[in-house]
Design a protein around this ligand. Structure first.
Ligand code: G6P
Length: 611
């Protein structure tokens, strides 16, 4: 989704801003722009619909220079993705604004501003902010105060950077409910919506809290709180450098990230297993003290993280005997399930910035849970900073919009959480130890699976020209089927749906004919005979079967069926992790064959920061 970057320095900063935009591209966007304050005080901008590369080409043809500026990648919400609506938005030549989020009362503000003679040159909600700041500046306020007073009139969640012709050498960064980070350099300072925009410039950051206003100059950053009082926000050193977002020899980030999965899972598991058992302190000391009291778990998440939550529900029920409810975060925030006694709330989010997950968690914090926890990949994210307890995955930066390594690390962290709770519920140590060993074996098993890449590349050809696919699984493999369908549709634009295999006869079978691909997940568990019946039902209607199965699973008649056998058998704690990998490869290769933009599928965003 939208990305923001701002720089104040004692040198020309155009290239820093443009590189920041390139580093924000992974989030998904449809237009981009840059505004600089030129040496004479004039604000000038260049905006383009489409890719940042286009903006850069045109910029290089007719460059401009300035020591302070802001830039933005836009994912349209209000107004079409055109140059006219691209940020930065201007108020005359006085103020430039780049904004993430939504101004919910923009219609009212627009009417008020129009009534007082302001004319609008875009269809965005953002332009109101530029005009409001300009009015406050004209009333004699400085840029920080003008921005504060303008923002106090907005309803909604946002992050914003503001540049003014009247304020040399400075810009303002502010946020409410959406992330904004200030980066600290040598004689230059920065702000961005996401540290990945600044990795080429610094590793030192201060994260703004809601209502903060930062006045950023080359030689200093002054942060003030909601009432204008000076505040100090902790200095955070990031472990990530620019190399964490290099693509290396891989053709796409997604491919690189699929191949990094064994390492990511290994890194995530390392601190979670202590002497062969799950770490009792996996959510920190405070929650460890109350772990034995946990009687139920509520999970809220979106996208692939939601699918991880659904797998965890099955594991928690089976291994810890623990009731677990999993809600899509956008549903939870408006229709939360009743909060039982001693229930742990867990938000799962790779980025820790998904607007709906943040909103659900904000609500959860008010609801009397035993604890409010997060499973996230980003230690400095809004989610982790908001909750009481957190567990971090160690997937490294994930750039491809479609989640791969982040999902696998979430699954193994959830497996360890399940086992820690199972132990508390009285499962004997020797059983927990054996189950922990199964989880610990996953990195090596994932490595073996990646050897299937060439085969999956070839088999992806069966999907290339299909319009529809059904994915079937049972138990914990049902959410894996959901993840497989999600990956295929978002990357290859093939319509794909997942069903619990037993539901086949209750509707989807009506769609099965010889144009339908049916992907079935067949681990060698007690339900294999049932699944065999489903396969026959599909075969009888001419559907093309694609079965991902255990090495020796008895699938019955295999003629006319495409069968992909995993190299080794897997247990119930392993199968959801392992069966996900061939489905990722399948979706990846189907999309590459179709010539799609795998890392940035159309209309999608890595981090969905608006609701
Ligand atoms: C977007 C991404 C998905 C991701 C989901 C949740 O839809 O494209 O890959 O699973 O957001 O993101 P989160 O960062 O909260 O895990």
């Amino acid at each position: 989704m939208c990305g923001i970057v701002g720089v104040a320095a004692k040198r020309d900063i155009a290239s820093l801003l443009l590189e920041g935009l390139q580093r924000l591209e992974y989030r998904g966007y449809d237009s981009a722009g840059i505004a600089l304050r030129l040496a004479g005080g004039e604000l000038r901008r260049l905006r383009r619909a489409g890719f940042v590369s286009r903006l850069i080409e045109d910029f290089e043809r007719d460059p401009m220079a300035g020591e302070v500026g802001i830039a933005h990648t836009r994912w349209a919400t209000h107004g079409a993705p055109t140059e006219r609506n691209a940020h930065p938005l201007f108020s005359g030549r006085e103020v430039a604004v780049a904004h993430n989020g939504i101004v919910e009362n923009y219609e009212q503000l627009r009417d008020q501003l129009a009534a007082s003679g302001v004319s609008f040159s875009s269809d965005t909600d953002t332009e109101c902010i530029a005009h409001l700041v300009a009015l406050e500046l004209r009333a004699g306020k400085d840029l920080a105060a003008a921005t504060r007073d303008a923002l106090s009139q907005l309803v909604g969640t946002y992050s914003v950077v503001v540049l003014a012709a009247a304020e040399p050498g400075a810009f303002v960064a502010a946020n409410r409910g959406a992330p904004m980070v200030v980066g600290l350099g040598e004689s230059e300072n920065y702000a961005a919506s996401d540290i990945s925009a600044l990795l080429h410039a610094t590793r030192r950051y201060r994260f703004l809290r809601n209502g903060d206003i930062a006045l950023v100059r080359a030689d200093r950053v002054e942060i003030s709180g909601p009432a204008g009082e000076a505040v100090d926000r902790p200095l955070v050193e990031s472990e990530f450098g620019p190399e964490s977002v290099e693509r290396g020899a891989y053709r796409h980030y997604m491919q690189k990230e699929i191949f990094e999965q064994a390492g990511a899972v290994r890194n995530t598991l390392r601190p979670l297993i202590v002497e062969g058992l799950p770490d009792h302190f996996l959510f920190g000391a405070e929650l460890a003290g109350r772990f034995g009291d946990i009687a139920a778990v509520h999970i809220a998440a979106c996208g692939s993280a939601y699918n991880a939550g659904l797998v965890a529900r099955q594991w928690l029920q089976e291994h810890a005997g623990m009731p677990c409810t999993v809600e899509i975060a956008s549903e939870y925030r408006y229709h939360p399930p009743p909060c039982p006694e001693n229930c742990l709330y867990l938000a799962i989010s790779q980025s820790g910035e998904t607007a709906d997950t943040l909103a659900a968690t904000r609500l959860a914090l008010e609801r009397g849970y035993l604890g409010v926890a997060a499973l996230s990949n980003v230690a400095t994210s809004s989610l982790v900073r908001m909750v009481e307890h957190s567990l971090l995955t160690r997937a490294g930066l994930e750039v491809g919009v479609a989640s791969t390594k982040a999902l696998l690390t979430q699954l193994v962290a959830l497996a360890m959480m399940t086992l820690a709770l199972a132990r508390q519920q009285g499962k004997p140590d020797q059983d927990v130890r054996a189950l922990t060993q199964q989880v610990a074996a996953l990195p090596d098993l994932i490595e073996q699976l990646l050897e299937m890449d060439a085969r999956m590349e070839q088999l992806a050809g069966h999907f290339e020209n299909r319009g529809h696919a059904l994915f079937l699984g049972r138990g914990p493999m049902w959410p894996v089927a959901m993840e497989g369908a999600l990956k295929l549709k978002e990357l290859s634009y093939i319509h794909a749906e997942a069903y619990a295999a037993g539901e086949l006869k209750h509707g989807p079978l009506a769609l099965v004919d010889d144009s339908m691909m049916v992907v079935a997940l067949a681990p060698d568990d007690g339900l294999l005979p049932k699944l065999r019946t489903n396969l026959e039902e599909v075969r009888a209607r001419g559907g093309q079967l694609f079965v991902v199965s255990a090495p020796r699973a008895d699938l019955g008649r295999e003629d006319g069926m495409i069968v992909v056998r995993l190299p080794a058998p897997s247990t119930n704690l392993q199968a959801p992790v392992l069966y996900t990998v061939p489905l990722q490869l399948l979706a990846y290769h189907a999309a590459v064959r179709k010539g799609n933009n795998v890392d940035r599928p159309r209309n999608l965003a890595k981090s969905v920061t608006v609701d």
